[in-house]
Write a protein that binds this ligand. Structure first.
Ligand code: HEM
Length: 554
């Protein structure tokens, strides 16, 4: 890797137009604390993956880079500095998100894209529908308030109407989120939020909240050891179903520590924490730490964005926004999330299928892990280059002890093996519920590139209220909003940090979403039900169109 070339004046002021030109040429330019960073040479080495950087191109990435990195990593980013910018940087929309940029000398033609995606829930709300449903009948609504049944609409008008106009009609009234509750997106307001957020970060550091509570981890270890021992004892005793439950409970609990370690939130040493994460995820759990990091890092940066966040891309089973009806292109998977007839059927029933599907969530994670390792997505250079090899060894180890020694050798009958496998995997379902709970009911709108990082995190993430003695069950994931604001704070300090964040939210007037587990679950089921209802209406509309075309054709 060659950082920036020798003799370059790193403090040269680079104009906005010049930066636009560099990005148009395909360079990975981002801004960190007024420094212009060119990350091209670093990309193959980056432990955070390529997409994390690509989503920051053209943007001020100061807050994302600060909270996702160690101090040393942030210092390293400075070695890729090619210049500086003056004043407050106005974000471009990154190319990966559809931003368009003019090459040098290409002054006319394409407009600078700096306002962000317009295909949001918010923009959908503002467009006026042409068609609507009156009961089960598709009608054309007139501005006068009257409506005409579909059978009276001319065939030209029907064929001219596009699919999105139906989606608009259907989703017009179903938008759940009250955006007026959030601060305005003008520069002064957002800068104020950013300023207070950074001050809060300094306070968090000063109060020692980044220091890991190792005693709390000793208690965690004792719990894991107890659960794992109970799994072995009951297995030995021939109580296979009970044994499966204890193994599942061990996995369920261990995942929380893997999550902490993946965020380098235990020792804060990249290699040690990654080693802990690989031990738990691959060797003990059979899941790929690298797969999880790759998707989770992106999730932290583009939280709840239907096109970009893999954590809400669950078609054909779930759609948390009507925008999925448009068969979106996933920039994470690099494929189209097809909203086909199977998805149409599943999404209409998604609020009933939510919990049953979650029971099988862990099986999906194996598939994702193997795909990740087979594709060789881990960085091949730099500090993370050894991950893939050790993860493949971990997978072999897991299938040896779990698949061969436990399931094949220790359990005698096919039925006992089946019930052991199902129970051990299904018992981890609360974890999947917990992960989805924090985001599924929250906003999925794209409010553009001028929304600050803290506001976006708080708009897209909810916390779960629970008594302190139950913290072990939620494993820190109940403080998801706090965690999204400061992902590397050790888990056992999140409850203390919550108080500070609540005060910050009051100060900057951003609502802090906090629900009990039951209420939060109701919110999620409600959202899934609402989108499911929209899916049913869309299906009816499409059916009506097909029937009316037949009518006109004959
Ligand atoms: C040239 C610029 C960059 C450099 C030199 C850099 C360097 C590093 C390094 C050394 C690590 C290892 C963990 C650590 O020590 O903290 C890391 C991890 C990470 N980086 Fe960057 N980074 C850069 C840009 C970015 C950007 C723009 C983002 C997106 C916001 C990003 C997101 C991440 C994430 C999410 C991780 C965690 C990786 C993991 O899963 O362990 N990085 N980066």
């Amino acid at each position: 890797m060659s950082p920036v070339r020798a003799g370059l004046d790193r403090n040269r002021i680079i104009s906005r137009r010049e930066i636009e030109g560099l990005i148009a040429q395909g360079q990975l330019i981002l801004i960190v604390e007024g420094r212009v960073i060119k990350a091209d040479a670093w990309l193959p080495y980056h432990p955070g993956g390529d997409k994390a950087i690509r989503h920051m191109v053209g943007k001020d990435a100061t807050d994302e880079v600060t909270v996702l990195h160690s101090v040393e990593a942030k210092e390293k980013a400075k070695t890729f500095q090619i210049g500086r910018v003056e004043g407050i940087w106005k974000n471009f929309k990154p190319p990966i998100q559809g931003g368009r940029f003019r090459l040098p000398g290409q002054e006319n033609g394409i407009d600078i894209q700096e306002e962000g995606t317009e295909s949001s829930d918010a923009s959908t709300r503002s467009s006026s529908p042409v068609f609507d449903l009156s009961g089960d009948v598709l009608v054309k609504r007139h501005t006068t308030g009257t409506s005409t049944p579909l059978s009276s609409v001319s065939s030209e008008e029907l064929s001219a109407s596009t699919r999105p106009s139906f989606i608009d009609a259907i989703t017009q009234k179903e938008i759940d989120f009250d955006y007026a509750k959030y601060p305005a997106l003008d520069e002064a307001t957002q800068q104020h939020i950013i300023e207070r957020y950074r001050i809060l970060h300094e306070r968090i550091k000063a109060e020692g909240l980044y220091q890991c509570n190792y005693t709390a981890y000793a208690a965690e270890m004792a719990r894991y050891t107890l659960l794992f021992s109970l799994f072995l004892i009951t297995l030995r005793a021939g109580w296979y179903a009970t044994s499966g439950i204890f193994l599942g409970a061990t996995w369920h609990q261990l995942v929380f520590t893997a999550h902490d370690a993946c965020h380098i939130g235990i020792t804060h040493n990249f290699q040690i924490d990654t080693g802990i994460a690989i031990l738990i995820a691959d060797f003990i759990g059979g899941l790929s730490m690298g797969w999880w990091k790759r998707s989770h890092n992106v999730h932290h940066i583009v939280t709840n964005s239907p096109e970009h966040d893999p954590d809400i891309q669950h078609l054909p089973f779930f759609a948390v926004s009507h925008r999925f009806f448009d068969s979106l292109f996933s920039t994470y998977h690099n494929w189209i999330l097809k909203y086909d007839s199977f998805a149409t059927t599943m999404v209409q029933m998604q609020h009933y299928l939510y919990y049953p599907i979650l029971l099988f969530g862990r099986f999906n994670l194996y598939v994702q892990s193997w795909m990740f390792l087979a594709m060789g997505y881990s960085p091949k250079k730099g500090i993370a280059r050894w991950h893939r090899t050790i993860e493949i060894i971990g997978q072999c180890f897991f299938w040896y002890w779990f698949g061969y020694l436990v399931v094949y050798r220790s359990i005698p009958t096919a039925w006992d093996r089946f019930s052991f496998i199902m129970l051990s995997h299904m018992i981890t379902a609360p974890l999947h519920a917990q992960i989805t709970l924090s985001h599924f009911a929250m906003s999925t709108a794209d409010l553009g590139v001028h929304e600050s990082f803290p506001q976006r995190m708080l708009r897209t993430t909810m916390d779960v209220d629970c008594p302190q003695w139950l913290d072990f069950f939620h494993g820190g994931l109940q403080f998801q909003a706090i965690h999204h604001l400061y992902p590397r704070i050790p888990r056992h300090n999140l409850r203390r940090t919550q108080k500070l964040v609540q005060a910050f939210c009051k100060e900057v007037d951003i609502p802090y979403a906090l629900f009990g587990f039951v209420d939060g679950s109701k919110q999620v089921i409600g959202r899934l039900g609402e989108v499911g209802r929209q899916a049913a209406m869309l299906a009816k509309c499409q059916q009506a169109i097909v029937e009316s075309s037949d009518y006109y054709m004959h």
